[in-house]
Design a protein around this ligand. Structure first.
Ligand code: CAO
Length: 424
């Protein structure tokens, strides 16, 4: 079976997390992704948070599957010539350098267009045009500037960042969609285009329900927030809402059996209106089905703390998995709080390829996330990340058509090797 992006070649100038997330997805869909790395150094994540000596760190391996690696000093004259040839031979250039880096390297949009008018140039930056456009940005900066931190956490606590990498991986996902859309448009126009995605914009896009609530505030209190039932006034901006559900069906995280010792013995419980009567039966409050204080959703909103406390008395008598089984039988939406250990050991996630075991020559077997997007006609086989410069010769000769004598000349120029490893 073939793959959706087979035949598409990506010049992958990305590093750290946001850009590599994007190009890894494209590789999983079958694109030939050529990762260009600085000789001797490579992507900084190869050496960050190392757990096995002399082996690429998991930070790198888990973001760079199915890619090939070429080392190239793009500030070296010969290196620039090789880069020009790569641009002519690729469909998409993806980068997430700091602002202005590509221009300083001498590869402006205009120059790239001259070299290859069909090329799509896709970039991630921290901010879009505006006062912060020149700033460098990492994950948590994006979470803070995109509205996630101010709306995450508890009302009386600090703003919080989330464990989900919505700034980096989230923006990488957005960019990947932009790239395949541009490739689709190119089939009609024959032309490349610039695709940009700012991390602040990506995070805000994911926080749209909070922008919704910001506008609702002008028309009265947010009645589904716990603070409404607690009689606490709303300020000018959307407050942090703890574990309140962000939608119209109130929900909370509730303790389950064993919570005293197990930090993850909790379940998310949603009091979806259509199943309210079943909830009342299960928790042993059948009169709430008809009591005007509880029977209809608007009546329940000021009483959410009382209602969830009562439901928690029931969930505390069950483990999170027992509660899940019982509630699912009645179509009551809920979900156990799963630890990373539980997810890593989950058999169904292994079976579906969402969690995969990969073998690596330096570190041995390790776990990674696989492609979360499943396509019936484009299967994903997760292959290990490349060693630094592992495919330099192969790319120079097979992709760019250099002869072995020319490759020797390129190497002698220092364009592909770190100074300490230059031939004498
Ligand atoms: N050969 C020669 N030089 C190279 C090279 C190569 N193959 N690859 C990169 N470089 C050089 C660049 O030319 C640049 O040099 P100049 O500053 O002299 O022009 C230099 O490496 C540094 O590039 P950078 O600014 O991208 O890297 P940084 O470590 O200083 O900053 C980061 C990292 C992530 C903050 C910045 O790249 C950035 O803001 N990116 C956009 C937002 C983003 O994606 N952030 C998410 C990162 S994941 O958390």
């Amino acid at each position: 079976m073939t793959q959706a992006l087979k035949g598409i070649r990506i010049l992958d100038f990305t590093h750290v997390q946001s850009g590599p997330t994007c190009t890894q997805l494209l590789a999983w869909f079958g694109a030939d992704v050529i990762k260009v790395e600085r000789p001797g150094v490579g992507d900084i994540t190869r050496g960050q948070l190392m757990d096995v000596p002399n082996a690429d760190a998991l930070y790198f391996t888990m973001l760079n599957h199915n890619k090939r690696s070429i080392t190239l000093d793009t500030k070296n004259k010969t290196g620039k010539d090789v880069l020009e040839r790569l641009i002519k031979n690729c469909d998409v250039l993806v980068e997430n350098f700091g602002p202005g880096v590509l221009d300083r390297m001498g590869f402006t949009w205009e120059k790239i267009q001259t070299l290859n008018p069909r090329m799509i140039v896709a970039s991630i930056k921290g901010f879009g045009p505006g006062p912060y456009e020149d700033c460098k940005v990492y994950e948590n900066v994006a979470q803070c500037t995109g509205g996630a931190a101010s709306t995450t956490g508890f009302r009386d606590g600090l703003p919080l960042v989330t464990g989900a990498q919505i700034g980096d991986s989230g923006t990488g996902l957005h960019l990947a969609l932009g790239i395949v859309t541009a490739l689709f448009q190119r089939t009609a126009t024959g032309k490349g285009q610039m695709v940009t995605c700012a991390m602040q914009d990506g995070v805000l896009n994911l926080c749209r329900v909070k922008l919704r609530d910001q506008q609702r505030l002008a028309h009265g209190p947010l009645r589904e927030y716990s603070q409404f039932g607690e009689g606490i006034e709303f300020g000018e901006a959307v407050p942090r809402a703890g574990n309140d559900s962000g939608g119209g069906q109130p929900g909370r995280i509730l303790k389950c059996k064993g919570w005293e010792k197990d930090p993850d013995a909790y379940i998310y419980f949603i009091t979806q209106a259509p199943v309210w009567e079943k909830i009342c039966d299960i928790i042993g409050e059948p009169t709430w089905k008809t009591d005007p204080n509880y029977a209809k959703p608007p009546a329940r909103l000021p009483r959410l703390n009382e209602i969830f406390s009562r439901i928690e008395q029931w969930t505390m008598t069950k483990t999170k998995f027992e509660a899940m089984d019982i509630l699912n039988e009645f179509d009551i939406p809920c979900g156990p709080i799963l630890s990373m250990k539980e997810l890593a050991e989950d058999k169904s996630l292994r079976k579906s390829g969402t969690v995969v075991e990969v073998d690596h020559p330096a570190r041995g077997k390790y776990l990674s996330v696989g492609n979360p997007i499943k396509m019936s006609d484009s299967p994903t086989e997760v292959k290990r990340s490349p060693l630094l410069g592992e495919h330099t010769d192969e790319i120079l000769m097979q992709v760019l058509g250099y002869s072995s004598a020319e490759v020797a000349g390129i190497k002698a120029s220092g364009a592909t090797e770190a100074p300490s490893r230059k031939p004498a």
